[in-house]
Ligand binder design. Sequence first.
Ligand SMILES: NC(=O)c1ccc[n+]([C@@H]2O[C@H](COP(=O)([O-])OP(=O)(O)OC[C@H]3O[C@@H](n4cnc5c(N)ncnc54)[C@H](OP(=O)(O)O)[C@@H]3O)[C@@H](O)[C@H]2O)c1
Length: 210
Amino acid sequence: MTTAIIGTGGLGSVIARQLASGGETLRLSSANQSAGTLAAQIGRAAVVAVDNRDALQGTDAVVLALRFAALKGVIDEIADSLTDKLVVIPSNPLATDAQGNVVRLLPTGQSSGEVVAEWLPTGAHLAMAFGTLSADLLESSSNRSPERAVLFYVTDDDRAGKQVERLIRTAGFEPVKVGGIEQSGRLEVGGDLHDLVVGPTEAQSLIGGT
Ligand SMILES: NC(=O)c1ccc[n+]([C@@H]2O[C@H](COP(=O)([O-])OP(=O)(O)OC[C@H]3O[C@@H](n4cnc5c(N)ncnc54)[C@H](OP(=O)(O)O)[C@@H]3O)[C@@H](O)[C@H]2O)c1
């Protein structure tokens, strides 16, 4: 199947390599040159799109691996192409200020998932996923043996759940649903399920543990 990845920086490039290794065909897009460079590295499984809208052509799903501050603009740009597509968002609501400090862009208690759900057009199927681990941990935890590592996700949408589970498995992880979008704060930076590399049994006990 074919998935678009918009944003091929630190995180998007890892997701792209893992999905391609698992057999997914990719259409990549970025602001500057990184999508082209990555497509060339991946080879036949990936093509670079002309622009963000072109990336969605013929795809079932799109991963928006973008910094939170860029998300709304890109969603508005591609909104009319999102009908019936799975939209996977890994973004934490963070930015770096002029002094180099990491700052939170949303009030405490408001999650990226809840805000993004309001930005998406009707007909898009949202799952928050692939943002629970740092890019390095994501890269090193794929296809772990003997037990796969878990990637947690949240969604309000059964169809999105099935589709994102397929992508998570393709990337070399075991999917575990935490709940609806109202639970997405648990996955984000500062949440109790963020940056944990655990197997399925521990994951289930953690989900029920709060
Ligand atoms: N990095 C991590 O360890 C990590 C872990 C968990 C979650 N996350 C989340 O993942 C998201 C991405 O983080 P990152 O570290 O991968 O950021 P990043 O390295 O800065 O990459 C951002 C990507 O977005 C692209 N981009 C920016 N504006 C765009 C636009 N208008 N249209 C298309 N592409 C655009 C950039 O293109 P160019 O490359 O061409 O400039 C770049 O490829 C963030 O929200 C972050 O919270 C990151």
